[in-house]
Design a protein around this ligand. Structure first.
Ligand code: GDP
Ligand code: MN
Length: 390
């Protein structure tokens, strides 16, 4: 689950990562004006009006603006609310007392899938696209994979100091930046984040460093340890894909993809292989759905219904290798699903093999479903489904 900036800053703040003075979350021009009025009256020389959307590059898109007067804040409010930033329409704005910036750096901790470890990235060149810096000036970007000893009891201050020193941060900020990194790593672990990124990390005139921006992704698999991340769910922010949310609620292993062939199988390995075979036949899978071992007719019908309700799905490949899962249950599930759904435009290609496959095929044949086609092999099933998808 991705957080927006103000949530990331809240998460940082409660874990000891220094952030700017707290601002206000606003949804209307009037709320933005009121927040700016009170912050300017409270001694801020300027406020910053920031679009809260789950994408980067808000500054470049006109979604981050400084105001030194209430009038200016109103103008920014009007231009930012409703602004489309890379397909995300701004509904929530954060108004924060502006910070004075001497320099901008980059600092992040993330889960590295390749090494299955935790990676710290630090650069003296922040506030800009870090991937661009990495391409044009890779020496300016320090990447440090943490050892398991470093991870076990929290990031040692020595390690943090070495990292910020390697990144050539100026002497004046080394101590506070190292402390901040220790806190950042603590936040990342305590909150089960997969990414905690600060871009820019800023140096203020008094040489203190704070997180001016926050990008945090939380690990969905750890949601059960955090009350389902309920505290971060607020209206106006991009919701999860509605079908993924429904699948999660029903306990179905479903991931939305961007193709047109719905894929449903039993066992994650078989489903992955099915995605490959669809691709080899020139198609693109619309989803990953694992009905699991021993799927009942009801689970089968629920899963199939979910896939068929995706408007991007033009055909569906049901690929079942029966072990614990029995062919007749699968077939009954297909029949049940077609009964429940009534008319639907997509064709289903069903490949049944393994336990009681024969019986399953007989059930399908007897039901004489107009939208359902049987296939003898996985290859044949994929080719047919891709063909139906057009
Ligand atoms: P992003 O464009 O989505 O990454 O949004 P950021 O929060 O990183 O803001 C973009 C840029 O706006 C920063 O790199 C800063 O240069 C500038 N900016 C943001 N907040 C402030 C602030 O409080 N004071 C000043 N002076 N500049 C700011
Ligand atoms: Mn940023």
């Amino acid at each position: 689950m991705d957080l927006v900036e103000f949530q990331g800053k809240q998460l940082f703040g409660r874990n000891g990562v220094p952030v700017p003075p707290a601002g206000s979350v606003c949804r209307t021009v009037d709320e933005i004006v009121a927040a700016a009025t009170s912050q300017l009256a409270g001694g801020a020389s300027a406020v910053v009006v920031k679009a809260q959307v789950k994408t980067g590059g808000r500054g470049k898109a006109g979604g981050v603006k400084l105001a030194t007067s209430v009038e200016q804040a109103r103008e920014h409010a009007e231009s930012i609310l409703g602004l489309d930033i890379k397909g995300h329409v701004v509904q929530v704005v954060y108004v924060e007392p502006a910070s004075d910036i001497v320099e901008e750096y980059y600092l992040s901790v993330m889960h590295d899938r390749v090494s299955k470890g935790h990676l710290v990235i630090c650069s003296r060149e922040g506030g800009v696209d870090i991937e661009e810096v990495n391409r044009t000036n890779p020496d300016a970007v320090v990447k440090r994979l943490l050892t398991s000893a470093e991870v076990a009891d929290g990031l040692p201050l020595d390690t943090a100091t070495a990292i910020v020193t390697d990144a050539n941060l100026p002497d004046e900020v080394l101590a506070s930046a190292a402390q901040l990194l220790v806190a950042l790593f603590g936040a990342y672990r305590a909150e089960d984040a997969t990414l905690a990124e600060i871009n820019p990390l800023i140096r203020r005139p008094d040489d203190s460093v704070i997180a001016l921006d926050a990008k945090v992704s939380l690990d969905g698999n750890a949601a059960f340890r955090h009350d389902g991340y309920a505290e971060w769910k607020i209206d106006g922010l991009d919701a999860d894909d509605p079908l993924e949310a429904e699948a999660k609620a029903k306990g179905i292993q479903y991931v939305k993809l961007d193709g047109s062939v719905g894929v449903l199988g039993n066992g994650a390995g078989l489903v992955m292989a099915t995605l490959d075979v669809v691709a080899q036949n020139g198609g693109r899978a619309a989803n990953f759905l694992d009905v699991g071992g021993g799927a009942s007719a009801d689970a089968m019908a629920e899963s199939l219904g979910l896939v068929l309700r995706d408007p991007a799905v033009r055909s569906v490949l049901v690929n079942i290798f029966g072990g614990i899962t029995r062919g007749e249950e699968v077939a009954n599930g297909v029949v049940e699903a077609t009964n429940r759904l009534g008319d639907f435009p997509q064709k289903l290609v069903v490949r049944l093999d393994g336990t009681n496959a024969e019986e399953g095929r007989r059930i399908l044949e007897a039901a004489n479903l107009p939208n359902v086609v049987a296939a003898a092999t996985m290859q044949e099933a994929a080719a047919t489904a891709v063909q139906f998808a057009g």
